[in-house]
Design a protein around this ligand. Structure first.
Ligand code: SF4
Ligand code: FES
Length: 249
């Protein structure tokens, strides 16, 4: 396939960026989207030009590093799929593809398609630790937990912290990410001692980082590569109100 690419190039955080046109030739339908960009970069490097900067690590949909907006959609057109797992067979010969970085004030562009997502690390740190002594690995059945609860907590733990939910939201809200991280602990007995201080700490840190509020658009759920449901946000909001009420705020 021959594809026309329009790729966001930006030399640094304070430099204005722009879309630059490239042609990708001999693209195999079996290539992943990132492999296609690798080939474009090899061509740029061979001709002495600056390679396009983009993030990736596992390329298996598990680390959350890849972060491209493809034709206006974070992670591209395939539902429940990270952009590293998106394949070029999804496109047709002659297509024009626009590639941009996550866009949110709290995720400033570092270079080209790379954004700084360290705000998520600070939110996780604000959640603090689980204080109970868990000791060694216990037998699986020493703490009886209903299967439905375990599965909901595990589904929440599938969040890879990619930030696509923020990129898709018109408010740049991090609520889907926050609520997934809070649910994976808040649903389980081990997460109860700090459940309410954790929700307050993480939401306040998200506000400090400049993420917006949730207005129930549902865009986050639509683009989440791990299909985290927005029902987590309702659970987080209930916990937050309970924590605020108890603290007399
Ligand atoms: S909730 Fe989904 S979109 Fe948001 S950070 Fe987690 S995996 Fe990524
Ligand atoms: S590179 Fe790890 S999830 Fe895409």
């Amino acid at each position: 396939m021959r594809l026309n690419l329009k790729i966001w190039r930006q030399a640094g955080p304070r430099t204005p960026g722009r879309l630059v046109e490239y042609v990708a030739d001999d693209v195999s339908p079996d290539m992943s989207f990132l492999e296609m960009l690798d080939v474009v970069n090899e061509t740029l490097i061979r001709s002495g030009q600056d390679a396009i900067a983009f993030d990736s690590d596992c390329r298996e949909g598990i680390c959350g590093m890849c972060s491209l907006v493809v034709n206006g959609v974070p992670h591209g057109p395939d539902r429940g799929t990270t952009v590293c797992q998106l394949h070029m067979r999804r496109f047709k010969d002659g297509d024009t593809i626009v590639v941009e970085p996550w866009r949110a004030k709290a995720f400033p562009v570092v270079k080209d398609l790379v954004v700084d997502r360290s705000a998520f690390d600070r939110i996780i740190a604000a959640g603090g630790y689980v204080s109970i002594n868990v000791g060694g690995a216990p037998d699986g059945n020493t703490i009886p937990i209903p299967k439905e609860i375990v599965e909901t907590a595990m589904d929440s733990a599938a969040c890879i912290g990619c930030g696509a939910c923020v990129a898709a939201c018109k408010n740049a809200s991090a609520h889907l990410f926050l609520s997934a991280k809070l649910s994976q602990l808040g649903l389980l007995p081990q997460g109860q001692p700090e459940r309410y201080q954790r929700v307050v700490g993480m939401i306040e840190q998200a506000d400090t980082e400049g993420f917006g509020s949730c207005s129930n658009e549902g865009e986050c759920e639509a683009v989440c590569p791990k299909e985290i449901p927005i029902s987590n946000i309702a659970r987080m909001t209930r916990d937050y109100f309970r924590a605020a009420w108890t603290a007399g705020k």
